[in-house]
Design a protein around this ligand. Structure first.
Ligand code: HMG
Ligand code: MG
Length: 303
């Protein structure tokens, strides 16, 4: 198996992770988490989202969090923007990149962003055009690419369709998201292949939730195709309030450990990453949902 020599990890813990916490996490903790992640070498950090605070109150402090981060040159700070209202609000905080998030499932699109897939595309179009005109990079996410809590299995053709629509409107990079973690390696490859019909290899990433314990295997299956960018979440945080039963994303620590072991460069310092993981886990008063972090922390305590 030929592996990419280096891999880009997009850390989504502050957004995908903390959007899903029952308890309110103070902005100061979110800011400290981002500081620790960038200190560990993460170069892409999804910080927050500009969505309705009635829908996702956990992200209502979006502008405050972005204002509090001491930005490091070379780090790309991204935010989710579902519509022009979100984009205009986000722009005041000067993100480097925005993410429009659509779905391969009609039912999930309705539940998550309150519109059909085709309506969502009409909402994204002006957002994408405005972002590109302002020099802001644009990523797209395709949720429920492997399965939907409401519709069940999703055919790769549905992923290809959304990828094509996103490509046509100028979205520069697309993430194939297994929102509820039901994908298995070969199915993940088929979904990625569907996105690859419309995007080059370096413009497609994997976003794998680990609900059924498949996320690391799915990451390896994606690497096998030559995919070299993944969304991962510190301490395995994550979930979507509109995807019942979905648990966290694949843990950044586990992916970094695996890649290091295979000689693939990530530019991330695993010990620093474990510090970030311990920090947020302590705040949330639970152990990290990462096998590598658990092992490394217990080794620290034993020494
Ligand atoms: P809507 O109700 O259809 O929007 O919601 P609307 O345009 O009809 O406006 C209704 C109200 O929302 C108005 O306020 C607007 O001002 C307000 P009111 O007059 O009632 O007081 N509003 C907004 N407020 C703040 N920011 C905005 C905004 N837009 C409208 N941008 C909307 C549509 C998309 C806003 C709503 O459905 C929403 O916020 N959904 C939340 C979706 C979300 O954040 N989901 C989790 C993230 S996606 C995810 O986790 C998946 C991912 O990780 C990949 C994967 O794993 O699959 C990315
Ligand atoms: Mg997600």
């Amino acid at each position: 198996m030929k592996l990419p020599p280096s891999v880009t990890l997009v850390e989504v813990g502050p957004r995908d992770g903390l959007q899903n916490e029952k308890q309110a996490v103070p902005a100061s903790v979110k800011i400290e988490l981002v500081h620790r992640l960038q200190a560990a070498g993460l170069k892409n950090i999804e910080v927050t989202s500009f969505v309705s605070p009635k829908w996702v109150p956990q992200m209502a402090d979006n502008a405050e969090v972005l204002a509090g981060i001491q930005r490091i040159p070379g780090v790309r700070y991204s935010v989710l923007t579902p519509n022009m209202q979100g984009f205009e609000a986000a722009l005041l905080s000067q993100p480097d990149e925005i993410v429009v998030f659509g779905a391969a499932s009609e039912a999930f699109s309705q539940k998550n962003i309150n519109c059909s897939i085709s309506e969502s595309m009409e909402r994204f179009r002006p957002v994408v055009a405005a972002a590109l005109a302002q020099g802001v990079a644009v990523r797209g996410a395709i949720s429920c690419a492997l399965g939907c809590p409401y519709e069940g299995e999703i055919a790769p053709e549905r992923v290809a369709l959304v990828a094509r629509l996103m490509r046509e409107m100028g979205v520069q990079h697309v993430g194939v998201a297994d929102t509820i973690g039901v994908g298995t390696p070969r199915k993940v490859q088929a979904a990625l292949d569907a996105a690859l019909r419309h995007y080059p290899l370096d413009a497609v990433s994997g976003h794998f939730h680990d609900t059924y314990g498949q996320a690391l295997a799915n990451t390896l299956a994606a690497l096998e195709l030559g995919i070299s960018s993944f969304d991962t979440s510190v301490a395995g945080l994550g979930g979507c309030p509109y995807a019942k039963g979905a648990t966290g994303n694949v843990a950044t620590e586990d992916v970094v450990f695996m890649l290091q072991g295979m000689g693939v460069d990530t530019g991330i310092d695993l010990e620093g990453l474990v510090d970030a993981s311990a920090f947020i886990s302590q705040h949330l008063q639970r152990a990290p949902n990462s096998r590598a972090a658990t092992a490394l922390l217990s080794r620290r305590h034993a020494n």
